[in-house]
Design a protein around this ligand. Structure first.
Ligand code: ACO
Ligand code: ZN
Length: 544
């Protein structure tokens, strides 16, 4: 039972209490979401409360003054809470003993946890798996013959976001499995030449169903499936501010920098080797000795001012560990391990006369049993929302499929291939980012996958006047996007329909127009010609 506080009496707010707290929403209006008190401290005789807004992303957690608390609705921690807070008081989260804290604040590298494999998006049962085709056809010449057919196709075409037309029929339940991704899919094309339609299976058990997929960053909830490593210490941001070159960064989450650095108003980082220093003076002294003007490792890509450096977590341990520490400030759901050896880091930089400035990076396991081609991905906040995230993703897609330069070329730029259909013959590796994705990670990958898949579908050409056909496997091979991600993206775009035993994807004019607009914004793309990269087969090496 939750005890309500008596607003008249003076009550002590302790860790674990919940109450509405005043904050500004995205429109800068006042709102009073429920929050939990994670910590209380006194500064110059004034109490400050560290609050976590329930159902909001942790990066919005903050210290607030008492006047922002709605004491009338104060709820005390539940009596039955089993795990004590660090003050020994009951709280909603497990705490860590001080020795745990000491161990945690060692500067350890960040590499991701390996979560259980996510539920796999499914395809129809094999009885319905006979190949279907993707046919381009003019609106007037569609193959729907009956009035009923016509109504159905009308509702497909008039609805900007095409929806499933045929309700599940009794006895015809398309059970979730990962079966016939070789099933051909029909594409309908209307008057507008680019406006094609494709048909596909609606997986039922996918975790990525279009329901609940955010179109803006998810301000609510945590995407973390396993937070057993989380405690009252690591739940709180511990670094106030980081100076990195000409940028000041405000961390979003806890990062295990040494404890003595957490009380500083500003932590200084060398922007080239990422070494952390406690004062500007120390940084300046360091800069007289540090010769780096770019990340270590090999520069494997350069076009214009954008470069990528490949860094071996074993050969450049210090740099990799420092990068992980910095990245952890903005990544909430990754577990810390000490060992960077099994990882490669791809750091993207922007060049000017002073050097190669880090913009973002992604890491990947040298060998992934799960087909993960990205472990962590990050664009540093000053560079976010400018297309760099997609550039990082595009580059990661490119490196994973680079069995040969040509294969990469085809995969990165499938539309330059004379016939889109032939691309399906290209052998290559598909991969997927490690799950769970963060809210922003999901938005970015969704957007990237949508654009990549739509590029393929819209480029399908009629085959002898017939509608083009394509299978999920082919889409996956052409784009290097894993099957499950292809399916979830098609669901997210709401393109999947089932009609007369066939799965159909409909590309409405809205979808096509939206895609064209989005592609115009993607002015910076990875140019495979600028890549100088020989993939290593790590499995054939005795040791990383
Ligand atoms: N609000 C709304 N949409 C957003 C936002 C945002 N704040 N940020 C990204 N998006 C979406 C947009 O849809 C955008 O697509 P659009 O151009 O079609 O609108 C898409 O994401 C990509 O935008 P970019 O500018 O290319 O990406 P950005 O450079 O901002 O980087 C990233 C995205 C890497 C996820 C960045 O937000 C980040 O570093 N976040 C913190 C770390 C993180 O969460 N990483 C992913 C973890 S999952 C993993 O590591 C496998
Ligand atoms: Zn340095």
């Amino acid at each position: 039972m939750t005890k309500m506080a008596d607003s008249g009496s003076s009550v002590e707010i302790v860790e674990g209490c919940r109450l509405p707290v005043l904050r500004k929403n995205q429109e800068h209006e006042d709102e009073w979401p429920l929050a939990e008190i994670l910590s209380v401290k006194e500064v110059s005789g004034r109490k400050l409360y560290y609050v976590h807004y329930i159902d909001f992303n942790k990066r919005l957690d903050e210290w607030v003054t008492a006047d922002r608390l709605d004491m009338k609705k104060l709820q005390f921690p539940k009596k039955e809470a089993k795990t004590p807070t660090k003050n020994g008081l009951p709280g909603s989260r497990p705490s860590s003993p001080e020795r745990e804290l000491k161990r945690k604040v060692e500067p350890v590298p960040l590499v991701p946890q390996v979560p259980p494999a996510p539920p796999v998006a499914s395809l129809p049962a094999s009885t319905e798996a006979s190949p279907a085709a993707v046919y381009p056809a003019a609106r007037e010449t569609n193959t729907f013959k009956t009035r009923e057919d016509h109504d159905q196709i009308s509702s497909l075409t008039t609805n900007g976001t095409a929806r499933r037309l045929i309700p599940s029929q009794p006895g015809r339940k398309r059970k979730a499995n990962c079966g016939p991704t070789d099933e051909m899919i029909k594409v309908l094309q209307y008057n507008k030449p680019q406006s094609a339609s494709v048909f596909l299976p609606p997986p039922e058990d996918s975790q990525d169903s279009s329901d609940g997929i955010p179109s803006a960053p998810r301000m609510t909830g945590s995407l973390v499936s396993d937070r057993s490593h989380d405690d009252i210490v690591t739940r709180m941001k511990n670094i106030e501010c980081i100076e990195l070159g000409r940028h000041r960064l405000k961390p979003w989450y806890f990062s295990p920098y040494p404890q003595e650095l957490t009380s500083l108003p500003i932590l200084y980082l060398c922007e080239f080797c990422l070494k952390y220093l406690k004062s500007l003076k120390c940084l300046q002294r360091h800069l007289t000795k540090c010769n780096l003007r770019h990340p270590p490792g090999n520069e494997i890509y350069r076009k214009g001012t954008i470069s990528f450096f490949e860094i071996d977590g074993r050969k450049n341990k210090n740099y990799s560990q420092n990068l992980c520490l910095l990245a952890k400030c903005f990544l909430d759901h990754k577990t810390l391990y000490y060992d960077t050896d099994p990882f490669l880091f791809y750091v993207m930089t922007e060049y000017d006369s002073k050097g190669f400035h880090i913009v973002g990076y992604f890491s990947k396991e040298k060998e992934s049993t799960e087909d993960y081609n990205v472990a962590c991905i990050l664009t540093l906040p000053p560079y976010q929302r400018r297309g760099y995230g997609k550039l990082l993703i595009e580059f990661s897609e490119c490196t994973k499929s680079m069995m040969s330069k040509w294969a990469c070329y085809l995969k990165c730029y499938p539309i330059i291939c004379p016939s889109g259909y032939e691309l399906s013959k290209v052998e290559g590796k598909t991969g997927t980012p490690e799950k769970p994705l963060s809210d922003l990670g999901l938005l970015s990958y969704r957007s990237y996958w949508s654009q990549t898949i739509l590029e393929i579908l819209m480029d399908l050409k009629p085959d002898n006047g017939e509608r083009p056909q394509i299978t999920i496997n082919e889409i996956s091979e052409i784009t290097s996007v894993k099957k499950e991600d292809v399916i979830s993206t098609l669901q997210y775009l709401n393109l999947i329909n089932y009609y007369k035993g066939q799965y159909i994807l409909t590309l409405s004019e809205d979808i096509v127009d939206g895609h064209e607009r989005a592609m115009q914004k993607r002015h910076t793309r990875i140019d495979p010609k600028c890549l100088h990269f020989t993939p290593k087969d790590w499995s054939k090496r005795g040791k990383w």
